[in-house]
Design a protein around this ligand. Structure first.
Ligand code: IPM
Ligand code: MN
Length: 355
């Protein structure tokens, strides 16, 4: 039996509900496929711990998480805590854990059968939007550089400095070119907005041109997300740009409730972290309304990263068939609760066969 130690951090809000859904799907597929065992250890990192102790995590969190093969995360955020505190104390430090190892954030978007306009905004027939957004995960505006001076004074100034390093850009873009090379269309679009920038994004363009020489069979193209989605394939962008673009990609494919994300350390020195793109969603938390698909798709991506391809395929196919059969939560125009949508997927995991 292959053992995979998984740290589970449900976090806050609907993160708790969708993490439970993902664990249920993982347990179902493990029982069906066999040959591997996921050993889950749950950690209570999150806003409740913060309110009790003044900190989102205990001091030893880095050592604790490092002892796992993967991390499954729900969401963070609380109505009583400013976002810049909760996010900078929990999810962002985890992405940077162990010396900036989780440097790629993979965010695929696909229009699945069964998700029709007007739920998704863009194009007439399903199937033509099939992208992998790659988000540089350690630099840019998320590097934590900046400050304020003359606080409270009318002439107060604040900076939020974007950091870009040659090593950081290059290791990320190599991953992007390899990802594009392994897909049928082999298209890579690098988004920089370098026309109005003079330093950081210009370095991005230069490094992209250098790395491209090692991948002669991959084309570069400009952004056409809304007008010609079928002309895009793999999209690589900076931390902040891809944060924004991945929300648009999720909306174009039907709902942010289905978008998964994998924070990967391609060197495999640190555990990678899997989480839905969506946040804690205070407006619907505790109401059994959240869409479990983003968390379940993230769980499938985690299985694939752990080498359990058959289990990963099964979870993914069950999720797709379930949507095709109209088993949808409200964000997708359906009527199912989180519990019902999760059960529909788990039932299909038990029923269907994949090669
Ligand atoms: C995301 C989120 C995060 C981000 C927040 C929660 C820090 O919006 O994963 O896209 O900005 O990266
Ligand atoms: Mn975001």
């Amino acid at each position: 039996t292959r053992i995979h130690k998984v740290a589970v951090i449900p976090g806050d809000g609907i993160g708790i509900e969708v993490t439970a859904a993902a664990i249920e799907a993982l347990k179902t597929v493990q029982a069906k496929v066999g040959g591997f065992e996921l050993v889950f250890t749950e950690y209570n990192y999150g806003s409740r711990l913060y309110k009790e102790t003044g900190s989102y995590t205990p001091k030893d969190w880095l050592d604790t998480l490092s002892r796992h093969d993967a991390i499954f995360f729900g969401a963070v955020g609380d109505p009583d805590v400013p976002d810049h505190i909760s996010l900078w104390q929990l999810i962002l430090p985890m992405r940077y854990m162990l010396d900036f190892f989780q440097y790629v954030n993979v965010r695929p978007s696909i229009v699945f059968e069964g998700i029709d306009p007007p739920t998704r905004c863009a194009t007439p027939a399903g199937g033509e939007l099939d992208w992998v957004m790659l988000r540089e995960n350690t630099e840019g505006e998320y590097a934590g550089q900046g400050g304020r001076s003359h606080v409270g004074h009318p002439h107060e100034v604040a900076t939020e400095v974007a950091i870009f390093s040659r090593i950081g850009i290059e290791r990320f873009l190599r991953f992007a070119f390899e990802t594009a090379q392994n897909r049928p269309r082999k298209l890579l679009t690098v988004v920089t907005k370098s026309n109005a920038q003079r330093y950081g994004l210009v370095l991005w363009d230069e490094v992209a041109a250098e790395v491209a020489k090692d991948f002669p069979d991959v084309d570069a193209m400009t952004v056409r997300m809304v007008s010609k989605p079928q002309t895009l394939d793999v999209i690589a962008a900076t931390n902040l740009h891809a944060d924004i673009l991945s929300d648009l990609a999720a909306a174009l494919s039907g709902s942010i409730g289905i978008a998964p994300s994998s924070n990967l350390d391609p060197t495999r020195k640190a555990p990678s972290l899997f989480e839905p793109v969506h946040g804690a969603a205070f407006d619907i938390m505790g109401k059994d309304l959240a869409n479990p698909v983003a968390a379940i798709w993230s769980a499938s991506e985690m299985l694939r990263w752990l080498g359990e391809d058959r289990a990963a395929d099964l979870v993914y196919e069950a999720m797709k068939s379930s949507l095709r059969a109209g088993k949808k939560t409200r964000d997708l125009g359906g009527t199912l609760s989180t519990t019902e949508a999760t059960k529909a997927i788990c039932d299909l995991i038990q029923e269907i066969e994949v090669q």
